[in-house]
Design a protein around this ligand. Sequence first.
Ligand SMILES: NC(=O)c1ccc[n+]([C@@H]2O[C@H](COP(=O)([O-])OP(=O)(O)OC[C@H]3O[C@@H](n4cnc5c(N)ncnc54)[C@H](OP(=O)(O)O)[C@@H]3O)[C@@H](O)[C@H]2O)c1
Length: 340
Amino acid sequence: MNEPRNRVVQVRQFGGPDGLEVVDAPLPTAGRGEVRVRVLASGLEYTDVLIRRHLYPQTMRHRPPFVMGYDVVGEIDQLGDGVSGFQLGDLVADMTVVGSNAAYSTLRADRLTHVPAGVDAAEAATLILSWTTAYQLLHRAARVQPGQRVLVQGAAGAVGQALLVLGRLTGLELWGTARGAHAALIRELGATPIDYQREDFTRVLSGGFDVVFDGIGEDGYRCSFAALKRGGLLCAYGYSAGVQAQRRMLTMLMWIARLYLWRWLPGGRRAFFYSINVMRARHPAWFQEDLERLFGLLATGTIRPRVAERISFDQVAEAHRRLEAGGLQGKLVLCPDLKL
Ligand SMILES: NC(=O)c1ccc[n+]([C@@H]2O[C@H](COP(=O)([O-])OP(=O)(O)OC[C@H]3O[C@@H](n4cnc5c(N)ncnc54)[C@H](OP(=O)(O)O)[C@@H]3O)[C@@H](O)[C@H]2O)c1
């Protein structure tokens, strides 16, 4: 029997999407404690743009060529020595940060989460980075309470949509900034839209918000902090605005460091930066527990993440351009089996 063919998306050089290439690669073999999966779905994230541009702290040590791919849903097709609790054919998921934009990939068994039978692989993939981030921001970091008034910056984005859906399930009163064209989507997700190109969100609520979630970092998070009520909490988790404006990594790291100084200002407001990788390193069980809970919500139809498009290997560079251009209303997911 012919060996299956492996293909991967790799960064040939840091910078624009032209630095990505799709190449044939050797079929990996599962080592001790590992499984090999046939990849069914791997999300494409704005965070991939940061990694590709060499602006992502966790991958600063990587040098091209390396394989892209933050998260993966796959079917186990090989078990390494010493693996228990998994069988050939099982559907599993992991957040790998890099390495999952591939037809086949090896994964550490002790980091895997079972994916329930019957769920759509692309929808499941959207939950790994974007929805787990949203869930942990709400329930592990901010520990929100029903009735709180919450502002979500970048609400039409992958994490933003998840924050609105999960925030609504928790009984929050929600506002979301997005471009005007996304107003109907934001309303559909249960929030009051604020057009970030025309309206001043700091004036929307006179008393201020209990919690602001900000993955954009416009103005170095200053306006988000100003929109808080006394005693309010700013949870920053991204700096897309700095990336788009071609700011240096050091500048963005200074924005983040400054967040921790603001707690000394009058008003009792606090700010901090959330990282899914830091939280996973500190509390590995939380990551798995939270992802399992989200898979459960997907399996029962309680949540329905939006997949803007399933794409093939040859469309990945274009997908990166679309991520940078903005305007998407759902996630782009690489599905290696997709035939065009
Ligand atoms: N810390 C962590 O653990 C963690 C985890 C996941 C993601 N992130 C980071 O969080 C950020 C968001 O991630 P994502 O996957 O949700 O990205 P995304 O899908 O690209 O969404 C970002 C959204 O931001 C909107 N936007 C751009 N400029 C804006 C502004 N000035 N005000 C309000 N909205 C604006 C865009 O909306 P329009 O299309 O309307 O312009 C887009 O919908 C990224 O920087 C990502 O790297 C961090």
